[in-house]
Design a protein around this ligand. Structure first.
Ligand code: URA
Length: 276
């Protein structure tokens, strides 16, 4: 990241504060990356080759391997392209490969790992959160940070375990930088993939975890306070029949608002009743 003259004059603590406010709250590389150089390299390989000097450019002018590794594609991904890719996947492996081949989606460039999902196929319950956080991004696994540990305990309280009878994933499989909320456009691109994911996992019931997941999957406008604990139907052409869906508070919210745990417990019992 380059500095403006004003930022160069800032005391280091103020600059750090500014970074955190902008959402740059963790170092993802030891060296700074010039993404403009990366895009240029990706967009104009032919002209670069034509004009290439006979000898290699000085090391300080050449983009590093990291800079050219994951360029942002010129064409932004479209809902149509996402639907076609997702719809063609006939297995979870193919769906993962489809996500890996999606082009023009900037979160893929800023994220460290694709966080696909984990658990068993045909589970009792499929939990679907919003998007990976920092720890999930590092490990490439869903819900493994502090809120994931609480989710595991909530699941265990009604006899569910990701290794035995549950499956966990997110609406977005890549972490938004600084854990910002996903945009409507990002959700629209990822929806065909999560819909296909549900059809391929074939759970008995789905549980959107938190307001973003509940609104996106159930096409609702109300917030999680109104949606939680209610039974909805989730229909999709890839499913033989509609599935019950019961939204649940996000564990990150419960960690901040412990007074709401009683309501979450009630909702877990509703989920338990449905699977019994
Ligand atoms: N929050 C989410 O919504 N999903 C995760 O995987 C982790 C935290």
């Amino acid at each position: 990241m380059g500095f403006s003259p004003e930022q160069n004059a800032m005391p280091p603590e103020a600059l750090l504060e500014w970074y955190v406010e902008m959402g740059a709250d963790e170092a993802i590389s030891d060296a700074e990356t010039n993404w403009f150089a990366a895009s240029e390299a990706a967009l104009a390989p032919a002209s670069r080759a034509e004009n290439a000097p006979a000898s290699a450019p000085p090391a300080d002018q050449a983009p590093s391997a990291a800079q050219v590794q994951r360029p942002v594609s010129a064409e932004p991904a479209t809902d149509k392209a996402a639907s076609a890719l997702a719809g063609a996947a006939q297995s979870l492996e193919e769906l993962r490969a489809a996500l890996e081949s999606l082009e023009g989606f900037p979160l893929k460039v800023t994220a460290t790992n694709l966080v696909f999902g984990e658990g068993v196929e045909t589970p009792d319950v499929m939990f679907i959160g919003e998007a990976p956080g920092a720890e999930e991004d590092r490990q490439g696994r869903p819900f493994v940070g502090a809120s994931g540990r609480l989710l595991d305990r909530m699941m265990a309280s009604i006899g569910l375990d990701r290794a035995e009878n549950a499956y966990i994933t997110n609406i977005l499989p890549w972490r938004p930088p600084g854990n910002r909320e996903p945009t409507a456009a990002e959700i629209a691109i990822c929806l065909p993939f999560i819909r296909r994911h549900i059809a391929l996992v074939r759970p008995r019931i789905i549980v959107p975890v938190g307001g973003t997941a509940a609104k996106a999957l159930l096409d609702q406008r109300q917030g999680i306070m109104r949606l939680r604990g209610r039974r909805f139907e989730f229909a999709d052409p890839g499913l033989e029949q509609a599935l019950p869906a019961v939204p649940l508070f996000h564990p990150a919210f419960l960690l901040r608002s412990t007074g709401q745990k009683a309501l979450a417990w009630r909702d877990l019992l509703t989920i338990k009743q449905i699977i019994q």
